[in-house]
Design a protein around this ligand. Structure first.
Ligand SMILES: [Zn+2]
Length: 106
């Protein structure tokens, strides 16, 4: 169970990414590292801490950022970066109706 403040950080990104982000937050709590901000930017995960992270945690954050770039932020299915309008990493299902996706299907 993570603390309420960190739960708030977790909820700043879509549910599809929670399984990737939750272990990072748990590791931060285990290492007594403060999480400053968790957000989606340009379709990718950004995970900011106070910087007192172990090498192991740094690697975990890097891997999660790479993994999120290939994971639908809505549902966790394999996704790709969608570029029409605002950038977002989504699976085909959740990209439907977006301009870039519809054009790709023409
Ligand atoms: Zn999806």
């Amino acid at each position: 169970m993570i603390n309420a403040e960190n739960q708030g950080h977790l909820e700043c990104v879509g549910k599809g990414w929670h399984p990737l982000v939750l272990p990072l937050i748990e590791q931060c709590e285990a290492e007594d590292v403060k999480v400053f901000q968790v957000k989606e930017k340009f379709g990718g995960l950004r995970f900011y801490t106070d910087g007192n992270t172990s090498e192991k945690l740094n690697h975990a954050i890097d891997s999660a950022e790479v993994a999120c770039a290939k994971t639908c932020e809505e549902c966790g299915a394999p996704g790709t970066l969608r570029t029409g309008g605002w950038l977002k990493t989504l699976c085909d299902e959740h990209a439907k109706g977006r301009k870039d996706f519809d054009h790709a299907q023409d």
